[in-house]
Design a protein around this ligand. Structure first.
Ligand code: UD1
Length: 418
């Protein structure tokens, strides 16, 4: 497996292009299952998770063509209703095929995703919602078996807003008979992006981006040609990198409206930020001030930026508290950051971070996607050499991260591990 080697201490300078959003691309590519002609998707990031979902769609019977950042999918030949353990285990978002399979083939057999590094992450709300639309659901030998002759619209209340749950049920409801209302729906920009695509396919979805989404089912959807929105988490990660290294960065081809919570925190930290139409200029300034952060569903501060922000607070002036309210076990990066000299104490859902003058490079191990990004950021600001091992996770969600940092002046390279 590859590793990343970083000699820290270089302030990042220059311009960085933001890739298409992984978390928007995944459900949107899956939505091709809802129709039976060629759909075209542009600005699809080149990532391991995208390869995994395309592999799954192909296994289900869809034809796939990939040409750089353009992906074409035709699900006319959709025939296999089973998403096997080997693929779902690699990427939880594979559960997104559940509702489209039931809507198109009347049946689905999808492996339960199981536990993952950042907590239990159940799918009970996906299943409860689908049952509400009339599907028979049983669990057998680690698989969800779902079937419905015709899904029928109903009211679904999410106990907690779930991003992929909202997306899954929007896809089911799009082809259901009658009206579905999703209450306490997730409001993430990726949910809105999927609703926009489904509407372009002929669906009738209103209210995406608010807590109440209503969907009037239609008998069929038509193929579509769309562009994937920019990745707000990659945007935030580069913004934090600029503030962290006292750099001067123009983050290009992003959607500033989607990162309001991050911009606000970085201003409080002392960074100078100028927002353009599709770009954000970030200039880091010393000292980095401490601020408290609490993660929330959108439009709150994203849990997917918590680990990266913790690195920034590790070298800030004073004390900060970072509270994680979305996932129950998302501080696995803390022990690695401590090995690099960070002063962090975890108590329940909160981490208390006492800023230190500098971090020191060390061999560290990546444990999940955003934790991996945080270790790379720590390496960029640490003295000496940092070796981030097991970067499999990084490649799942960040396109060519080390190449992008290299272009900004960072001394960073990828090496093959034994
Ligand atoms: C998505 C994102 C992920 C992000 C997360 C929260 C994708 C592919 N992934 O994950 O990057 O970190 O949103 O912003 O878009 N929950 C339940 N039951 C369910 C579903 C969820 O209890 O059936 C809980 C989860 O355990 C968690 C909370 O709801 O505590 C939010 O999770 P959810 O929004 O579903 O996360 P994902 O959609 O898996």
């Amino acid at each position: 497996m590859d590793k990343i080697i970083i000699e820290g201490g270089v302030p990042l300078q220059g311009e960085v292009h933001i890739s298409g959003a992984k978390n928007a691309a995944l459900p949107i590519l899956v939505s091709a299952l809802l129709t039976d002609g060629w759909c075209t998707y542009q600005n699809v990031p080149r990532l391991r998770d995208i390869d995994s979902i395309l592999q799954l769609l192909s296994m289900l019977g869809a034809q796939i063509e990939v040409d750089g950042y353009t992906v074409r999918i035709n699900a006319a030949g959709l025939k296999n209703a089973e998403a096997p353990y080997d693929l779902v285990r690699k990427m939880r978002a594979s559960i997104l095929v559940l509702c489209p399979l039931v809507a198109r083939l009347k049946t689905a057999k999808v492996s339960l995703p199981g536990g993952c590094a950042i907590g239990a992450r159940p799918i009970n709300l996906h299943l409860k919602g689908l049952a509400r639309l009339g599907a028979d659901i049983t669990l057998e030998h680690g698989y969800v078996l779902a079937s419905a002759e015709r899904l029928v619209g109903d009211e679904i209340y999410f106990e907690t807003p779930t991003v992929t749950g909202t997306e899954n049920l929007m896809m089911a409801a799009a082809l259901a008979q009658g009206k579905t209302i999703l209450k306490n729906a997730a409001r993430e920009p990726e949910v809105v992006a999927l609703a926009d695509v489904l509407n372009q396919m002929g669906a009738c979805i209103k209210g995406a981006g608010t807590a109440v989404v209503s969907i009037e089912g239609v008998p069929a959807l038509k193929p579509v040609s769309v562009r994937i929105i920019p990745d707000r988490i990659e945007t935030g990660t580069f913004m934090v990198a600029a503030a962290l290294t006292q750099g001067d960065l123009l983050v290009r081809d992003c959607e500033p409206e989607h990162v309001g919570g991050i911009i606000d925190k970085l201003k409080q930290v002392g960074a100078a930020i100028q927002v353009g139409a599709k770009s954000i200029h970030v200039k880091g300034r010393a000292p980095i001030e401490s601020v408290d952060v609490k993660t929330f569903p959108y439009p709150g501060f994203p849990t997917d930026m918590q680990a990266q922000f913790m690195v920034l607070m590790s070298v800030a002036r004073g004390l900060s508290v970072i509270s994680e309210t979305v996932f129950e076990n998302r501080f696995i990066h803390v022990s690695e950051l401590r090995r690099m000299g960070a002063d962090i104490t975890v108590s329940g859902h909160s981490a208390v971070i006492k800023g230190v003058p500098s971090l020191s490079g060390a061999p560290v191990m990546a444990t999940d996607l955003r934790a991996s990004a945080s270790l790379v950021l720590a390496g960029l600001v640490a003295s000496g050499t940092t070796e981030v091992n097991r970067i499999y996770h990084l490649d799942r969600g960040y396109e060519a991260m080390e190449t992008k940092f290299q272009k900004l002046g960072a001394r960073i390279r990828r090496e093959k591990s034994n």
